[in-house]
Design a protein around this ligand. Sequence first.
Ligand code: NAD
Length: 321
Amino acid sequence: MYIVPESAIADLISAEASFDAVEAVFASMAKGDAYNFPVIREAIGHEEALYGFKGGFDGKGMALGLKAGGYWPHNLEKRGLINHQSTVFLFDPDTGRVASMVGGNLLTALRTAAASSVSIKHLARKDARVMGMIGAGHQAKFQLRSALQTHAFEKVISWNYHPEMLPGMAEVAAEFDLPFEEVQLEGMTEADVVISITSSFAPIFGPDHIAPGTHVACMGTDTIGKQECEAELLARATVFTDEVAQSISIGEAQHAVKAGLIMETEVNQIGDVINGVHKGRSSDDEITLFDGTGVGLQDLAVAQSVVEIAVERGVAIEVDF
Ligand code: NAD
């Protein structure tokens, strides 16, 4: 088997390669060539950690495996480690033998950023000019950087629950020589695309903060009970997701479906848009909303790319197992 340690990942995969891997696997999921296994996520009663598994099988890309890991809230303060920790395991689909073990921390950040960017490419208006960010944590920088690489935005605006974190977003805008402005939530109506990526358990924004024609990518809600936007916004928008089963159970749509504001059948797979089966945005006034819940197949897709490059460059560690 091959081992690709976390420290090697940054030199092996770019945001662009992550984008391509995620777009391809979303397309395969919608065609039925790839499917995710049910997610396991447990509060283990130690260190207040949430630990679990996200896995699947991509019969087109021939990726089989899982990502194991979760969230240890005290890692940073106690040990100087990042709070999200994960490792991806890939298996040979022909034999079931373990094939690779790959550091999953940076890959998670890149594949999550790629997902909102894929949604921007396929659902935002082509003339979108202002990029709006809600959230300014670890993951927000990856989302913003990837969005700015995907579409030619002219300005970045941002709001965060903890405003002292906003300079981090200004730094990313500066990398692209773009003007940056801190706004109140009411000011978010200036944005043509909004990405939310927070750990909120209560709605932050809703229809009052989103202008007609905006594309919204809600990326923070990946667990039962989490919520970033008012359920009413999903009722006003055309809703897309990575995977419908996750969207209605652990994603943003869980609340709108529970409240009876939308039905499961109104949640569309982004892969259908990529494959040309769903036309995506139908007018310049329509609000499109991508509920990005994060699927195991995204992790497998980027891990597989990394292993291929690592083997090619001779940096994968080979062990007999
Ligand atoms: P982080 O801890 O670095 O940042 C948390 C962000 O949430 C900050 O902007 C913070 O100000 C904000 N926040 C904290 N409490 C809040 C509250 N009560 N109301 C509103 N905002 C609040 O975390 P991160 O690594 O940036 O991850 C952000 C979220 O994204 C997490 O909830 C994580 O689980 C989720 N996530 C989702 C995916 C996916 O695939 N969908 C992948 C990775 C992370």
